[in-house]
Design a protein around this ligand. Structure first.
Ligand SMILES: [Mn+2]
Length: 360
């Protein structure tokens, strides 16, 4: 198999030692830079998304690289692989995850009720410290890729992982919107005491990153009362399309594309795409950390991505999180969750590239 992108055959099977999506090219030649962030220390229900990056990488070798659907997205030509994709997994974060996972286990076991237990209080402090270290490491990586003119792509891990990436993109762009797919609003001020919890990502973004002007959240269907109030009080900074609203429009035969386009239209010019896989119906992600019935179908999520690519907005970066391969945690075992994740990752990258080319 040729080792550079000029003579690469996108229809040939991937080499066993090939890079992500079967590509093998020097990192400097890739316009799309992916970082695997194997971190799930604050996952409250089912651990395992830390294995997501490795499983998605393995499943990516089976993805067909020409995609006629993507040829209809923005200025995409259905060949996102031509931009060059390079993937690396952050081993320092993998080590932190090991440490934080052990410390957080007894805290999660008692639902965060640790007041007066000095040992667990110290453990919580260290987990929060590690969360801040992950954020800073992801921020620095993303900032470096953005200044190289690349598209940064974060592969989780749980949904706490993109905070630093969103921060870097917001600082670079000056004004940023987030298109957010999720069953959950992720607007808890902290969860089980974890300052950087997966359940708090959008709360932390709103509080800490003033350049984020608006979050458009899609697929929400499991929400706390406090989170619901946070949306009401945000004065439009958070705009939600709840899963029940979407399902009703679907059942009534309304124009879903128009609905999606209108929601996306409310975003500022520069957009970060944040996909928690549980925004999809759990049949597409049966092992995800906190599955909830209902949600978007595969084709509906792609309809949203197409609308985003065609919206005239510029996707400056993206993340995919909460993919849990389940029992198949080894790279050589196949996993439905990872197969869906790898394909969604390729589609999301195509949507982002289609949108960016449109702007150039
Ligand atoms: Mn989430």
């Amino acid at each position: 198999m040729p080792k550079n992108s000029n003579s690469f055959d996108p229809d040939a099977p991937a080499d066993a030692d090939a890079g992500i999506f079967g590509l093998t090219l020097p990192p400097g030649e890739a316009r799309v830079q992916l970082l695997g962030v194997p971190f799930d220390a604050t996952t409250s229900y089912r651990q395992g998304t830390a294995h997501g990056p490795r499983a998605i990488f393995a499943a990516s070798h089976q993805v067909d690289l020409f995609d006629p659907q993507q040829a209809t997205w923005g200025d995409g030509d259905g060949r996102p692989w031509k931009a060059g994709l390079f993937y690396e997994e952050d081993q320092e974060i993998a080590r932190w995850n090991g440490e934080a996972g052990e410390l957080s286990e007894p805290i999660i076991a008692c639902g965060g009720q640790i007041t007066g237990n000095s040992e667990l209080e110290a453990a919580l402090e260290r987990v929060n410290e590690i969360g801040a270290l992950v954020n800073e490491r992801v921020r620095a990586w993303t900032a470096a890729k953005l200044s190289d003119g690349a598209l940064p792509v974060l592969v989780g891990g749980d949904h706490s992982i993109p905070f630093g990436g969103i921060q870097a993109a917001a600082q670079a762009a000056g004004s940023l919107g987030i298109l957010h797919f999720d069953a959950h609003a992720d607007l808890r001020p902290a969860y089980e005491g974890f300052r950087w919890s997966h359940a708090s990502i959008m709360w932390n973004v709103l509080k800490e990153i003033p350049q984020v002007e608006r979050i458009v959240s899609v697929g929400l269907r499991d929400i706390g009362e406090g989170e619901s109030r946070a949306i009401e009080r945000s004065e439009g900074r958070i705009q939600a399309t709840f899963a029940h609203e979407w399902a009703r429009a679907r059942a009534k035969g309304q124009d879903l594309e128009q609905l999606a386009a209108k929601a996306i239209d409310a975003l500022p010019q520069n957009v970060w795409l944040s996909i928690d896989i549980d925004g999809l119906d759990p049949s597409w992600c049966p092992n995800t950390g906190t599955p909830v019935p209902g949600g978007l179908t595969w084709d509906e999520l792609l309809l949203w991505l197409g609308c985003l690519a065609n919206s005239g907005k510029r996707v400056v970066g993206l993340d995919l999180s909460e993919v849990n391969p389940g029992p198949a945690t080894l790279a050589d075992q196949d996993s439905w969750d990872a197969i869906v994740g790898a394909r969604l990752l390729y589609k999301a990258i195509g949507a982002a590239l289609g949108s960016v080319k449109r702007q150039d």
